[in-house]
Design a protein around this ligand. Structure first.
Ligand SMILES: C[S@@+](CC[C@H](N)C(=O)[O-])C[C@H]1O[C@@H](n2cnc3c(N)ncnc32)[C@H](O)[C@@H]1O
Length: 349
């Protein structure tokens, strides 16, 4: 048996997924669906998710109780032999910016259909995974939406409210570059290194928790030290590294409630909202949705998950004159819609 205590960095191989079989969690590989590995020690499950972004066997073993360590190291060896765990292609551990539980839940939210259809996207996503809170399904929806506005020749800029470390916009920038298309990217965020839920309507929608500060599947609670932002300079560097031209990136630091509508694009092809709470989401809808072109795309990262953002969307589209588009659920978080091509007056005519 190979020595698992060396400093070798391991990660899950491409195509590895988790699923449930009765009450047991199982690990499988998309290209070997007949082999499924059942996991008997539930207490070691969350830490295994650290291999999602690269970790050494020893680091993972150190993070669990000594009683379970032997079983865990045995599993790791078995998975290395079966090539479920492979050597990471980077020589430094990727920073763990979120709790292992969050990583596990995100991994559990299986996306092997995307891997099957578009393995290149999965590589791209894994490359930005530590810089985005978004799931693979949401990232995939974003790049598909970019492709859609490109092929449908929907004019306008790409806007994200709530950029955090810039992972989603990296995916967007790379997709635009691959289509040989440059559109202005508008990047709204406080960039103040932290954020918290703003009002009593904010918090997680589908867990029975009260108000702010609650930890859930989309990451740590708002009081968690993990819930940190990033400086505007750091996000600039991240996005510049994609090769996207600096002149087409508009960084708008500050609360959207303070900077809108002063700094606003003329027309928008794709509007991505991800500031979680009611006040900011409502402000974004009021000032930016009217700028979204008909047939343009609205992506709400938190629809159905964050109660504030969900309430803002429902309320905004119940207002007189605002035609509610068909929102399609993307996964445990997030919804996508295309702005209706006809408004109410057009239909009456
Ligand atoms: C969930 S993170 C965004 C994640 C990012 N879109 C991604 O794909 O990983 C939420 C971001 O919204 C920003 N934010 C929260 N409230 C805001 C507000 N009122 N105005 C501007 N930015 C805000 C926070 O600073 C944080 O970076």
């Amino acid at each position: 048996m190979a020595d698992s205590s060396d400093g070798t960095l391991l990660k899950f191989a491409s195509g590895v997924f988790w699923s449930w079989d009765e009450d047991k969690l199982c690990l499988g590989k998309a290209d070997r669906l007949t082999d499924i590995w059942r996991i008997d020690s539930p207490e070691i499950l969350p830490v295994l998710a650290r291999f999602y972004s690269g970790a050494t066997a020893q680091e993972v073993a150190d993070s669990i109780h000594a009683d379970s360590r032997g079983a865990l190291l045995g599993l790791i060896e078995e998975w290395k032999e079966k090539e479920l765990l492979v050597l990471s292609d980077t020589d430094a551990p990727r920073p763990s910016v979120r709790s292992p539980i969050f990583e596990l839940l995100r991994t559990l939210n299986s996306y092997h259909d995307i891997e099957h259809r578009d393995p290149e996207f999965v590589e791209e996503y894994l490359g930005v995974a530590t810089r985005t809170y978004s799931s693979p399904a949401l990232g995939y929806a974003l790049v598909n939406a970019i492709e859609y506005v490109h092929h449908s020749q929907i004019e306008g800029d790409i806007v994200e409210c709530g950029v955090w470390r810039g992972g989603s916009m990296e995916l967007a920038a790379k997709k635009l570059l691959s289509l040989q298309e440059i559109r202005d990217l508008w990047l709204y965020d406080t960039y103040d290194l932290s954020w918290r839920d703003q009002g009593s309507e904010d918090g997680l929608e589908f867990l029975d928790v009260e108000g702010s500060g609650s930890a859930g599947p989309d990451g740590p609670g708002s009081d968690s030290p993990d819930r940190v932002g990033v400086s505007v300079g750091e996000v600039q560097q991240t996005l510049l590294a994609t090769g996207y031209p600096e002149s087409s990136m508009k960084f708008i630091p500050g609360y959207v409630q303070n900077v809108l509508p002063r700094y606003t694009p003329k027309q928008i092809a794709l509007l991505r909202l991800d500031t979680d709470d009611y006040d900011s989401t409502m402000c974004e809808l009021v000032h930016l949705y009217p700028k979204l072109q008909k047939s343009g795309v609205l992506l709400v990262d938190d629809y159905g998950k964050q109660s504030g953002a969900t309430k803002a969307v429902d309320e905004y589209f119940s207002r007189k004159g605002n035609v509610r588009p068909l929102f399609s659920r993307l996964d445990i978080q997030g919804a996508i819609a295309v702005k209706p091509a006809l408004d109410i007056q057009d239909r009456r005519g």
